[in-house]
Ligand binder design. Structure first.
Ligand SMILES: [Zn+2]
Ligand SMILES: [Zn+2]
Length: 346
């Protein structure tokens, strides 16, 4: 099969590689859409990280058609359209048994431990291939990985009708959190991002306020919008070297919750006295897994199918597999490309 593989630092190319070998309980997927994620960017920029990637084929946000089923697979059929949940826990440990398989010490991802979606074919355990309703496109399904992170944020932060919510960062994760917060009924939801394209998508997701941090002080705008009290909930979704953690500390109300999903390059300083005397709860939000009897991936899929969550609106750029190098360049330099979500169509 053809696959987009690592060639040299910051350079990808298309090569012929062996097809995935189907094992018991697995399904083979003809990939139709695969999203480029921020976590792919870390690997793309750093050769050493590519060594752990199977066949050097990334792509954990994927959807496609089942073209073969392995031995023992009874509830999936050839021809089904499916979205792939890429997280694979061990199914035996304490964390897996309680449903928090994203915290499994042996957690593996399709697109890292296994050859992923930037290829004609990929494979997954049958139960990780979710049949798609007709009204959910392959591209929307490729974004379910981000939307499931948004569902996990709602779960972890207990966001509901009484809450005013501010999301810092309008990448695919931040926009997913905003869309999920509106679905959860938050009476006020705002998003701050310097990219006008991201703010326009936030408007489509029902944002009550968008803030351009290049023009306005986000803390001042949130204080104005909340009568000087601050937001009930702030969700940080940038990381890197952004000042968003401290912004969150300044705009969350006394007794409020500050969640963060961003991977920061450096440890973040926290004023523990302010935390103590304001009883601000800091909540790390990592990946997603199960919420009650449903997986957060399935909850996100239901939300998209019912038209309650945005998905297709986040796709700003599309490339065929042959142009995977351009696709990664667009995702790596969002200031120039104005990309929110880049999709590769193998
Ligand atoms: Zn991802
Ligand atoms: Zn486990």
């Amino acid at each position: 099969m053809k696959a987009g593989v690592y060639v040299s630092p910051g350079k990808l190319g298309v090569k012929e590689v062996p097809d995935p070998v189907l094992e018991r309980g697995e399904v083979l997927i003809r990939v139709r859409a695969a999203g480029i994620c921020g976590s792919d960017m870390n690997t793309y920029r750093d050769l050493s990280r590519f060594r752990g990637v199977a066949d050097r084929v990334l792509g954990h946000e994927l959807a496609g058609d089942i073209v073969a089923v392995g031995e023992g697979v009874e509830d999936r059929q050839v021809g089904q359209r499916v979205g792939i949940e890429p997280l694979m826990g061990c199914s035996r440990c304490d964390r897996c048994l309680t449903g928090d398989y994203h915290l499994c010490p042996e957690l593996k991802h399709i697109g890292f431990a296994w050859s992923g979606g930037f290829a004609e074919l990929s494979k997954a355990p049958a139960e990780k291939a979710y049949p798609l309703p007709d009204n959910v496109s392959y591209e929307a399904a490729a974004i379910l990985d981000c939307l499931a992170c948004g569902v996990h944020a709602i779960h972890r932060l207990d966001i509901g009708v009484p809450d005013s919510v501010v999301v810092l960062g309008g990448g695919a994760i931040g926009l997913s959190v905003l869309s999920c917060a509106k679905w959860a009924g938050a009476r006020f939801a705002a998003l701050s991002d310097p990219l006008s394209d991201a703010r326009e998508i936030a408007d489509k997701a029902g944002a009550d306020l968008t803030i351009d941090p290049g023009q306005d002080d986000p803390v001042g705008r949130v204080m104005d919008a909340t009568g000087g009290k601050g937001a009930d909930v702030v969700v940080e979704a940038v990381g890197g070297r952004a000042p968003t953690f401290e912004q969150g500390m300044q705009m969350v109300k006394r007794g409020g919750r500050l969640g963060y999903q961003g991977f920061f390059s450096e440890p973040q300083a926290v004023d523990t006295r302010k935390l103590l005397t304001s009883e601000i709860t800091i909540v790390p939000i990592f990946s997603y897994a199960r919420w009650g009897t449903a997986t957060e991936y399935q909850i996100a899929l239901d939300g998209v199918s019912q038209g309650r969550l945005i998905a297709d609106a986040m796709v700003t750029h599309r490339f065929p597999l042959e142009e995977i190098d351009d696709a990664f360049k667009a995702a790596a330099d969002k200031d120039t490309s104005r990309a929110v979500k880049v999709i590769v169509n193998p």
